[in-house]
Design a protein around this ligand. Structure first.
Ligand SMILES: C[S@@+](CC[C@H](N)C(=O)[O-])C[C@H]1O[C@@H](n2cnc3c(N)ncnc32)[C@H](O)[C@@H]1O
Length: 373
């Protein structure tokens, strides 16, 4: 009978696969719990597991293990005094994982916690073939831009602003458009760097309401909003600089032509976009599945993440810009511009540091600087 006969292959490979993914899933939920409980809020100063268990009304043994795990992950430091172990946030945790930090990325991290629910319901999503047009751009993007504001202001924004500030064209510019500018933080930052510059953030009506809140928050007197749909509406003219970052029109030839016509001669088009020219494995396949989980009305998504119908790939887009009359000054890899280095490996030792950040998908993002000649 089958009981006495081994199968042709042993089960090690399958068990290892499940062990590996189960390990990561448990860490994911442990991190979610730490953030939900505001654990890092209490760990600005050294505390023992007993103290934390008491504050959080939690089981002591579980708390001890949770702290050991967070310590091994490098998120909290420890010291032993008089035989007792004390824990406190690592510096990187104080910067990014405390709600009250200026650089908190807790809001963007919550998008993982939201998105994971889709994976828990994957069979429903797979079968729900025709019913995934569950939102529209005007209700979807305000939330996205609030998240992206928190994401960009803790590294990318400053790096991009200082990179662009080196251009003479920027120093002499009088009028700048941030197309699909969302939160408007880039425009606000540009206006801080060049006091003679008037900056205009063009975006959808509901999003512009968010932009106005940021303009007010930073008291940005030289930043204004324009409401519209860049596929249909006029984007204005007489700009010395048109900046655009991660927007659905950023690889679209018709939008590029609109940009060309709206720029002054000698003006710069600075376009920071994700160019996912090829799929390279499981991480891409997962991201592309997630991209296809929803299809907001008004957004003509392509099959691959961050692509849209009529998009050009990087080479064709650059050729198109040249044919319009642009001179390409630079095409820079975002990881390089952002100065991502070996440090970004610390939490995922096996990962390629350049691919290890999801936010903005830096690994495949480029910034194009083109001059209208
Ligand atoms: C992914 S967000 C990027 C926001 C910001 N530029 C950044 O990089 O952080 C895309 C932006 O494009 C805007 N957008 C999308 N479709 C648009 C359209 N048809 N007309 C105007 N803006 C649009 C969205 O509202 C949103 O602000």
């Amino acid at each position: 009978m089958a009981l006495l006969k081994c199968p042709n292959e042993n089960p090690e490979k399958v068990l290892k696969l499940f062990d590996e993914v189960y390990l990561k899933a448990r860490i994911f939920y442990l991190l979610k719990t730490a953030i939900d409980l505001n654990l890092f809020g209490y760990l600005s100063s050294f505390k023992t597991a007993e103290e934390l268990a008491e504050i959080l009304d939690a089981d002591l043994i579980l708390m001890e293990y949770m702290l050991k795990i967070l310590n091994d992950l490098g998120l909290i430091d420890s010291k032993v005094v008089g035989g007792r172990v004390y824990y406190k946030n690592a510096e990187i945790t104080n910067i990014y994982l405390k709600k009250d930090s200026n650089y908190s990325i807790i809001n963007p991290i919550y998008s993982y916690f939201e998105n994971i629910k889709n994976w828990e319901n994957l069979s429903d999503i797979l079968k729900n073939k025709d019913n995934y047009q569950n939102t529209d751009v005007n209700s979807f993007f305000p939330k996205v831009v609030r998240r992206m504001a928190d994401e960009c202001k803790c590294w990318e924004l400053q790096k991009v602003l200082s990179y662009i500030a080196k251009y003479g064209e920027f120093k002499n510019a009088k009028k700048l458009l941030d197309l699909g500018g969302g939160h408007g933080l880039y425009a606000i930052g540009f206006s801080m760097l060049n006091k003679n510059l008037k900056c205009y953030v063009f975006d959808l009506p509901n999003v512009v309401e968010e932009t106005k809140k940021f303009i007010e928050k930073y008291n940005a007197k030289n930043v204004f909003t324009i409401t519209g749909d860049f596929y249909k509406d006029d984007i204005g003219k007489g700009y010395d600089i048109i900046f655009t970052s991660y927007n659905p029109g950023g690889k679209n030839p018709k939008i590029a032509e609109k940009v060309y016509n709206s720029l002054n001669e000698g003006g710069l088009f600075i376009n920071k976009q994700f160019f996912p020219d090829k799929e390279e494995g499981i991480e891409d396949y997962l991201n592309n599945m997630e991209w296809n989980f929803s299809k907001p009305e008004g957004l003509n998504k392509g099959r691959i993440r961050y692509t849209f119908e009529e998009d050009l790939n990087l080479n064709d887009y650059l050729e198109y810009l040249k044919n319009l009359g642009f001179k390409i000054l630079e095409v820079t890899d975002m990881p390089e511009l952002l100065g991502l280095d070996e440090n970004s490996k610390s939490f995922r030792k096996s990962a390629n540091p350049k691919d290890s950040l999801r936010f903005g998908c830096f690994g495949k993002a480029k910034m194009i600087v083109a001059k209208k000649i």
